[in-house]
Write a protein that binds this ligand. Structure first.
Ligand code: HEC
Length: 278
């Protein structure tokens, strides 16, 4: 397993840094294939399987659950007040006074499950993401899907005027530039320039509004590879893996910092709800 991973990262490196004598024909072929794929993906989006996750999330949100037998609907404030979910997703990460922390949507919902419903963090963190062999997504993914869906059509609006949010944003910016690991990669090694690509994947330049928009739009997502529902937290973890960094702890400060950086860079862009990724 390790070997294959290493192999693919090396292959990726080759593609990235290898001779930019990128043959014109290959470029054209790529553009064609990418366009075809994009058409297919966009068609799929009309009947996104993630809608099922949203529905399941809605049930979970309203159900009395956990050792305290409380629903999130009656106890969880996502920043706009208890019971107010519309537009909450696009305004996170945000600062939450009750937790004295800046939190992204997934982390906030986990916080509510622990603090309000009495679930144990360790139990949620044991398996926070859907794996390729799992027939269904974890509750937390479905909850994020539901909450995200209620921000469809609203612009990203992370409050950078808030000093604590600003601080976390700056931290995220640093993390994105921080080089380390066996290959001395930073996020920006792969995501720091226009037009970079690994295999068929376009790598968005996350420091620009346009690139950040590509990075945050369509998440959480139903992923065609494996047919699984995944959140932005998963995306970050997987890129740390690509970077050959140790994977951060679930719902950690580092991830919130990166998500603050990415989302705020996309401020003003209209969110389209859970999407489909290849
Ligand atoms: C070795 C190169 C590499 C590094 C380093 C890397 N990524 Fe990625 N990243 C990728 C690839 C490849 C994809 C597309 C993967 C896919 O779709 O399967 C991707 C996808 C993404 C996406 C989703 C884009 C979309 O269109 O949905 C985001 C956001 C992202 N990376 C952020 C980061 C952040 C933040 C870091 C640093 C912690 C990072 N990446 C480090 C290669 C990298």
């Amino acid at each position: 397993m390790r070997k294959t991973l290493l192999g693919s990262v090396c292959a990726a490196l080759g593609l990235l840094l290898g001779p930019i004598a990128a043959h014109a024909q290959a470029e054209i072929d790529h553009a064609k294939a990418a366009k075809e794929f994009e058409k297919f993906r966009a068609e799929m989006e009309d009947s996104n399987p993630a809608e099922l996750n949203e529905l399941r999330g809605e049930e979970l949100w309203h159900a009395k659950r956990g050792p305290k037998n409380v629903s999130l609907a009656e106890s969880c404030d996502l920043g706009l007040g208890i019971g107010k979910l519309e537009g909450a997703y696009v305004q996170m990460p945000r600062y939450f006074q009750d937790a004295d922390a800046v939190m992204d949507a997934e982390r906030r919902i986990v916080w509510c499950m622990v603090e309000k419903q009495g679930f144990k963090f360790e139990d949620i963190a044991k398996k926070p993401f859907q794996g390729p062999n799992d027939t269904s997504a974890p509750d937390i993914t479905n909850l994020v899907m539901y909450v995200a869906g209620l921000s469809r059509g609203k612009p990203f609006a992370v409050d950078l005027k808030h000093p604590k949010v600003r601080e976390v944003y700056e931290l995220g910016k640093e993390v994105a530039q921080y080089r380390a690991g066996p290959f001395d990669f930073a996020c920006n090694t792969c995501h720091g320039a226009e037009g970079k690509r690994i295999r068929m994947q376009d790598l968005p330049k996350i420091s620009t509004k346009e690139g950040a928009a590509k990075a945050v739009l369509g998440w959480p997502a139903w992923r065609m590879t494996g047919g699984v529902a995944l959140t932005m937290q998963w995306r970050m973890n997987d890129c740390f893996r690509q970077q050959r960094f140790p994977e951060p702890k679930y719902a950690s400060d580092t991830i919130t910092a990166l998500l603050t950086y990415l989302t705020a860079n996309a401020n003003g862009v209209i969110y389209k709800g859970p999407g489909i990724k290849r």
